[in-house]
Design a binder for this molecule. Structure first.
Ligand code: PRT
Ligand code: ZN
Length: 202
């Protein structure tokens, strides 16, 4: 199904850390949004030819890269991980939005007194961002085993799955609660507005 090209389509996170601020941003820009109920996957702007699509943040790069949505609001971490996995990007960053700030960091058990990135060689590192981690390691000539987990990455050391983790951090409270401490920065991120660079057929 190809979208109605007389209207713009923007992909937003349905629920989660970016959802409220993404909608607030559109409202602050003067758009009147028809109130979407909790289970609605789309909404319309009443005063501008714009449709909103509420999806999981992980799906936003695909929607925008494929041109299903001309625009999207998503974290740079999700975009970059997607681009590295696809060996290319079909979207352009239009603006940094100043919210959703976080940093992808490597963390180690807080009992570790000394850390140097070379210590990652030959170790297992659990992450939901295997491509970003792989690039970080490759740039430093380090060979390590990446264990991909969809969530609960902080539990990996305690479960004996991996000694190190690579996960998003904002306040650091989750790491601390799990006896972990940040030791290296892999990627800094914030929410961005992206547009497709796929040619749109009329
Ligand atoms: O359901 P859906 O797939 O859409 O959502 P999600 O669960 O995948 O993502 P969500 O809503 O958790 O995060 C959406 C985006 O918010 C991320 O892709 C980041 O760009 C951004 N963001 C900002 C964060 C954080 N801060 C953050 N702290 N995403 C996740 N976290 C997690 C982190 O993974 C860890 O578990 O929060 C925990 C750590 O928080 P602190 O404050 O204890 O350090
Ligand atoms: Zn997600």
């Amino acid at each position: 199904m190809s979208p109605d090209r007389s209207r713009l389509h923007i992909a937003l996170q349905k629920s989660g850390r970016l959802a409220d601020q993404s909608r607030q941003l559109l409202k602050a820009a003067g758009l009147k949004l028809s109130e979407a109920g909790k289970n609605h996957l789309t909404a319309r702007a009443e005063n501008f030819p714009l449709d909103l699509m509420f999806v999981r943040d992980d799906d936003i790069p695909t929607f925008v890269a494929d041109g299903v949505c001309e625009l999207g609001i998503v974290g740079q971490n999700v975009l970059e991980e997607y681009a590295l996995g696809q060996q290319g990007r079909r979207f352009e960053e239009v603006a940094r939005l100043g919210f959703g700030r976080c940093s992808l960091k490597i963390a180690a058990p807080d009992s570790l007194n000394f850390f140097n990135v070379a210590m990652l060689a030959g170790q297992r590192i659990a992450t939901s961002y295997p491509h970003l981690l792989e690039r970080f390691l490759a740039e430093r000539g380090i060979s390590a085993e990446i264990v991909t987990m969809r969530g609960a990455v902080e539990l990996a050391p305690r479960l004996g799955i991996a000694r190190f983790i690579c996960d998003l951090v904002s306040t650091g409270a989750t790491l601390e609660a799990n006896g972990l401490a940040p030791v290296a920065d892999v990627f800094d991120s914030e929410a961005v507005l992206v547009r497709t660079s796929k040619p749109i057929d009329a």
